[in-house]
Write a protein that binds this ligand. Sequence first.
Ligand code: SIN
Length: 288
Amino acid sequence: MTGTLNIRRVAGALGAEITGVDLAQPLADDTIAAIRQALVEHQVIFFRDQDLTPAQQVAFGRRFGPLNIHPYVAGMADQPEVMEIIKEPSDRINFGGGWHSDMSFLETPAIGSILYAVELPEWGGDTLFASQAAAYDALSPGLKATLEGLNAVHSASREYSAQGASAQKRGSMNVAEADGYVGEYVHPMVLVHPETGRKALYVNPAFTLKIEGWKTSESKALLDYLFNHCRYEGFTCRFSWRPGSVAFWDNRSVWHFALNDYPGQRRHMRRVTVDPWPQVAKVAAAAE
Ligand code: SIN
Protein backbone atom coordinates (compact mmCIF):
# COMPACT_ATOMS: atom_id res chain seq x y z
CA MET A 1 0.00 0.00 0.00
CA THR A 2 1.41 3.40 -0.90
CA GLY A 3 0.68 6.79 0.63
CA THR A 4 -2.02 7.43 -2.00
CA LEU A 5 -5.54 7.55 -0.60
CA ASN A 6 -8.84 8.36 -2.27
CA ILE A 7 -10.36 11.15 -0.21
CA ARG A 8 -13.84 12.63 -0.69
CA ARG A 9 -15.09 15.49 1.48
CA VAL A 10 -18.54 14.98 2.95
CA ALA A 11 -19.43 18.45 4.28
CA GLY A 12 -18.25 22.04 4.22
CA ALA A 13 -16.78 22.36 7.71
CA LEU A 14 -15.27 18.92 8.31
CA GLY A 15 -15.36 15.25 7.36
CA ALA A 16 -13.98 13.13 4.55
CA GLU A 17 -14.48 9.55 3.45
CA ILE A 18 -11.38 7.57 2.54
CA THR A 19 -11.38 4.54 0.27
CA GLY A 20 -8.68 2.21 -0.97
CA VAL A 21 -7.19 1.12 2.32
CA ASP A 22 -7.61 -2.04 4.41
CA LEU A 23 -7.08 -1.04 8.04
CA ALA A 24 -6.71 -4.67 9.13
CA GLN A 25 -3.39 -4.95 7.27
CA PRO A 26 -0.04 -3.74 8.57
CA LEU A 27 0.18 -0.40 6.73
CA ALA A 28 3.29 1.26 5.35
CA ASP A 29 4.57 4.34 7.14
CA ASP A 30 3.66 6.61 4.21
CA THR A 31 0.06 5.33 4.30
CA ILE A 32 -0.14 6.06 8.03
CA ALA A 33 1.34 9.52 7.38
CA ALA A 34 -1.28 10.14 4.66
CA ILE A 35 -4.11 9.05 7.00
CA ARG A 36 -2.75 11.33 9.72
CA GLN A 37 -2.54 14.20 7.24
CA ALA A 38 -6.15 13.56 6.16
CA LEU A 39 -7.24 13.46 9.82
CA VAL A 40 -5.73 16.80 10.76
CA GLU A 41 -6.93 18.41 7.54
CA HIS A 42 -10.52 17.09 7.59
CA GLN A 43 -10.79 16.66 11.40
CA VAL A 44 -12.88 13.49 11.10
CA ILE A 45 -12.31 10.76 8.53
CA PHE A 46 -14.49 7.78 7.65
CA PHE A 47 -13.75 4.34 6.22
CA ARG A 48 -16.26 1.75 5.00
CA ASP A 49 -16.33 -2.03 4.71
CA GLN A 50 -13.53 -2.77 7.16
CA ASP A 51 -13.24 -6.05 9.03
CA LEU A 52 -11.32 -5.44 12.24
CA THR A 53 -10.73 -7.74 15.18
CA PRO A 54 -10.15 -5.90 18.46
CA ALA A 55 -6.43 -6.70 18.16
CA GLN A 56 -6.30 -5.25 14.63
CA GLN A 57 -8.09 -2.09 15.80
CA VAL A 58 -5.50 -1.77 18.59
CA ALA A 59 -2.64 -2.30 16.12
CA PHE A 60 -4.04 0.37 13.78
CA GLY A 61 -4.63 2.84 16.65
CA ARG A 62 -1.13 2.37 18.05
CA ARG A 63 0.35 3.68 14.81
CA PHE A 64 -0.93 7.14 15.83
CA GLY A 65 0.08 7.17 19.49
CA PRO A 66 -0.20 5.21 22.74
CA LEU A 67 -3.73 4.03 23.47
CA ASN A 68 -5.66 5.32 26.43
CA ILE A 69 -7.20 3.06 29.05
CA HIS A 70 -10.41 4.77 30.08
CA PRO A 71 -10.45 5.57 33.81
CA TYR A 72 -14.18 4.86 34.23
CA VAL A 73 -15.26 2.53 31.42
CA ALA A 74 -13.84 -0.99 31.55
CA GLY A 75 -12.10 -2.19 28.42
CA MET A 76 -12.38 -5.70 26.95
CA ALA A 77 -10.92 -8.36 29.25
CA ASP A 78 -8.16 -9.34 26.82
CA GLN A 79 -7.80 -5.92 25.11
CA PRO A 80 -8.11 -3.29 27.87
CA GLU A 81 -7.55 -0.42 25.42
CA VAL A 82 -10.71 -1.40 23.54
CA MET A 83 -13.87 0.09 24.99
CA GLU A 84 -17.14 -1.51 23.93
CA ILE A 85 -19.95 0.99 23.48
CA ILE A 86 -23.17 -0.96 23.60
CA LYS A 87 -26.80 0.03 23.84
CA GLU A 88 -29.07 -2.94 24.42
CA PRO A 89 -32.73 -2.89 23.26
CA SER A 90 -33.83 -2.42 26.89
CA ASP A 91 -31.50 0.57 27.54
CA ARG A 92 -33.11 3.98 27.39
CA ILE A 93 -30.02 6.17 27.44
CA ASN A 94 -26.95 5.85 25.26
CA PHE A 95 -23.26 6.45 25.90
CA GLY A 96 -21.94 9.61 24.25
CA GLY A 97 -25.43 11.03 23.77
CA GLY A 98 -24.48 14.69 24.19
CA TRP A 99 -21.93 17.02 22.61
CA HIS A 100 -18.44 16.39 23.97
CA SER A 101 -14.76 16.02 23.23
CA ASP A 102 -13.34 12.72 24.49
CA MET A 103 -11.23 12.80 27.63
CA SER A 104 -10.93 16.58 27.98
CA PHE A 105 -11.27 15.84 31.71
CA LEU A 106 -7.74 14.41 31.81
CA GLU A 107 -4.53 16.33 32.40
CA THR A 108 -3.37 15.20 28.96
CA PRO A 109 -6.51 14.74 26.84
CA ALA A 110 -6.72 12.19 24.05
CA ILE A 111 -5.86 13.44 20.58
CA GLY A 112 -8.10 11.09 18.61
CA SER A 113 -10.71 8.36 18.83
CA ILE A 114 -11.23 5.47 16.42
CA LEU A 115 -14.74 4.00 16.48
CA TYR A 116 -15.62 0.76 14.67
CA ALA A 117 -19.20 -0.38 14.06
CA VAL A 118 -19.90 -4.03 14.95
CA GLU A 119 -23.70 -4.16 15.05
CA LEU A 120 -26.20 -1.44 14.20
CA PRO A 121 -29.89 -0.78 14.57
CA GLU A 122 -32.01 -1.18 11.47
CA TRP A 123 -32.38 2.60 11.43
CA GLY A 124 -30.94 5.49 13.44
CA GLY A 125 -27.78 5.51 15.55
CA ASP A 126 -25.87 8.06 13.46
CA THR A 127 -23.12 10.19 14.98
CA LEU A 128 -22.85 13.96 14.58
CA PHE A 129 -19.52 15.78 14.48
CA ALA A 130 -18.93 19.53 14.88
CA SER A 131 -15.79 21.41 13.88
CA GLN A 132 -14.58 23.57 16.74
CA ALA A 133 -12.06 25.13 14.36
CA ALA A 134 -14.94 26.37 12.20
CA ALA A 135 -16.71 27.50 15.37
CA TYR A 136 -13.64 29.52 16.37
CA ASP A 137 -13.21 31.01 12.88
CA ALA A 138 -16.80 32.30 12.96
CA LEU A 139 -16.35 34.34 16.16
CA SER A 140 -15.92 38.11 15.99
CA PRO A 141 -12.41 39.54 16.36
CA GLY A 142 -13.57 41.02 19.68
CA LEU A 143 -14.64 37.69 21.18
CA LYS A 144 -11.54 35.97 19.79
CA ALA A 145 -9.41 38.58 21.57
CA THR A 146 -11.38 38.06 24.82
CA LEU A 147 -10.84 34.28 24.70
CA GLU A 148 -7.13 34.55 23.96
CA GLY A 149 -5.22 33.54 27.09
CA LEU A 150 -8.31 32.31 28.97
CA ASN A 151 -8.34 28.84 30.50
CA ALA A 152 -11.26 26.61 31.39
CA VAL A 153 -11.55 23.98 34.10
CA HIS A 154 -12.50 20.48 32.93
CA SER A 155 -13.57 17.52 35.06
CA ALA A 156 -15.27 14.15 34.80
CA SER A 157 -17.34 14.96 37.90
CA ARG A 158 -20.51 15.90 36.05
CA GLU A 159 -20.58 12.71 33.97
CA TYR A 160 -18.97 10.04 36.09
CA SER A 161 -19.50 10.88 39.79
CA ALA A 162 -22.18 9.05 41.76
CA GLN A 163 -24.44 12.09 41.38
CA GLY A 164 -23.35 12.79 37.82
CA ALA A 165 -25.49 12.76 34.71
CA SER A 166 -24.18 9.42 33.55
CA ALA A 167 -25.28 7.75 36.79
CA GLN A 168 -28.62 7.41 35.04
CA LYS A 169 -27.02 6.72 31.68
CA ARG A 170 -25.07 3.58 32.37
CA GLY A 171 -27.52 1.03 31.13
CA SER A 172 -25.63 -2.05 30.01
CA MET A 173 -22.27 -0.28 29.80
CA ASN A 174 -19.64 -1.26 32.30
CA VAL A 175 -19.11 2.25 33.69
CA ALA A 176 -17.50 2.76 37.09
CA GLU A 177 -18.45 5.60 39.36
CA ALA A 178 -15.67 8.08 39.87
CA ASP A 179 -14.89 7.72 43.56
CA GLY A 180 -14.88 11.04 45.38
CA TYR A 181 -12.70 13.75 43.88
CA VAL A 182 -12.00 13.04 40.24
CA GLY A 183 -9.63 15.90 39.56
CA GLU A 184 -9.95 19.15 37.70
CA TYR A 185 -7.62 20.14 34.89
CA VAL A 186 -7.17 23.46 33.20
CA HIS A 187 -6.88 23.76 29.41
CA PRO A 188 -6.74 26.81 27.15
CA MET A 189 -10.14 27.80 25.78
CA VAL A 190 -8.56 28.28 22.38
CA LEU A 191 -6.32 25.40 21.39
CA VAL A 192 -3.68 25.90 18.75
CA HIS A 193 -3.53 22.62 16.87
CA PRO A 194 0.02 21.33 17.32
CA GLU A 195 0.13 19.83 13.82
CA THR A 196 -1.68 22.47 11.71
CA GLY A 197 -1.39 25.65 13.77
CA ARG A 198 -5.16 26.18 13.25
CA LYS A 199 -7.05 27.51 16.26
CA ALA A 200 -10.13 25.78 17.69
CA LEU A 201 -12.43 26.35 20.64
CA TYR A 202 -11.68 23.82 23.36
CA VAL A 203 -14.64 23.77 25.75
CA ASN A 204 -17.51 21.28 25.78
CA PRO A 205 -20.81 20.90 27.65
CA ALA A 206 -20.01 17.50 29.15
CA PHE A 207 -16.68 18.18 30.83
CA THR A 208 -16.04 21.95 30.99
CA LEU A 209 -17.11 23.27 34.40
CA LYS A 210 -16.09 26.93 34.38
CA ILE A 211 -13.72 29.59 33.16
CA GLU A 212 -10.70 29.88 35.39
CA GLY A 213 -10.75 33.03 37.54
CA TRP A 214 -14.31 34.07 36.57
CA LYS A 215 -17.41 34.20 38.79
CA THR A 216 -19.76 31.26 38.28
CA SER A 217 -22.45 33.51 36.81
CA GLU A 218 -20.02 35.20 34.39
CA SER A 219 -18.55 31.88 33.38
CA LYS A 220 -21.95 30.28 32.81
CA ALA A 221 -23.09 33.15 30.60
CA LEU A 222 -20.10 32.92 28.27
CA LEU A 223 -19.95 29.11 28.23
CA ASP A 224 -23.69 28.88 27.48
CA TYR A 225 -23.18 31.29 24.58
CA LEU A 226 -20.24 29.26 23.24
CA PHE A 227 -21.98 25.88 23.67
CA ASN A 228 -24.92 27.18 21.58
CA HIS A 229 -22.64 28.71 18.98
CA CYS A 230 -20.42 25.61 18.66
CA ARG A 231 -23.21 23.27 17.60
CA TYR A 232 -24.52 25.41 14.72
CA GLU A 233 -25.37 22.99 11.90
CA GLY A 234 -23.02 24.74 9.47
CA PHE A 235 -20.11 23.45 11.58
CA THR A 236 -21.32 19.84 11.54
CA CYS A 237 -21.39 16.66 9.52
CA ARG A 238 -23.38 13.49 10.12
CA PHE A 239 -22.19 9.90 9.68
CA SER A 240 -24.60 7.04 8.99
CA TRP A 241 -22.92 3.84 10.06
CA ARG A 242 -22.89 0.43 8.41
CA PRO A 243 -21.33 -2.66 9.98
CA GLY A 244 -17.58 -2.37 9.32
CA SER A 245 -17.58 1.45 9.17
CA VAL A 246 -14.84 3.31 11.01
CA ALA A 247 -14.76 6.95 12.12
CA PHE A 248 -11.50 8.51 13.30
CA TRP A 249 -11.86 12.00 14.78
CA ASP A 250 -9.46 14.59 16.11
CA ASN A 251 -10.54 15.47 19.65
CA ARG A 252 -8.45 18.65 19.54
CA SER A 253 -10.85 20.27 17.11
CA VAL A 254 -14.02 18.16 17.00
CA TRP A 255 -17.06 17.60 19.19
CA HIS A 256 -19.25 14.55 18.61
CA PHE A 257 -22.73 13.37 19.62
CA ALA A 258 -24.10 9.82 19.39
CA LEU A 259 -27.78 10.08 18.45
CA ASN A 260 -30.24 8.11 20.56
CA ASP A 261 -33.03 7.58 18.03
CA TYR A 262 -33.34 3.79 17.81
CA PRO A 263 -35.44 2.65 20.80
CA GLY A 264 -35.73 -1.09 21.29
CA GLN A 265 -32.76 -1.91 19.05
CA ARG A 266 -29.15 -2.92 19.70
CA ARG A 267 -26.07 -0.92 18.73
CA HIS A 268 -22.55 -2.23 19.36
CA MET A 269 -19.38 -0.23 18.66
CA ARG A 270 -15.73 -0.59 19.68
CA ARG A 271 -13.51 2.40 20.41
CA VAL A 272 -9.80 2.91 20.89
CA THR A 273 -8.63 6.32 22.01
CA VAL A 274 -5.25 7.73 21.03
CA ASP A 275 -3.14 9.71 23.50
CA PRO A 276 -0.43 12.14 22.43
CA TRP A 277 3.06 10.76 22.09
CA PRO A 278 4.81 11.40 25.42
CA GLN A 279 7.01 14.45 25.23
CA VAL A 280 10.71 13.73 25.23
CA ALA A 281 11.20 15.70 28.46
CA LYS A 282 8.54 13.66 30.26
CA VAL A 283 10.03 10.38 29.03
CA ALA A 284 13.46 11.46 30.22
CA ALA A 285 12.04 12.44 33.63
CA ALA A 286 10.29 9.08 34.00
CA ALA A 287 13.51 7.23 33.18
CA GLU A 288 15.44 8.92 36.01
C1 SIN B 1 -18.48 8.22 21.84
O1 SIN B 1 -18.85 9.22 22.43
O2 SIN B 1 -17.31 7.91 21.74
C2 SIN B 1 -19.54 7.34 21.21
C3 SIN B 1 -19.89 7.78 19.83
C4 SIN B 1 -20.89 6.85 19.18
O3 SIN B 1 -21.18 5.80 19.75
O4 SIN B 1 -21.34 7.16 18.09
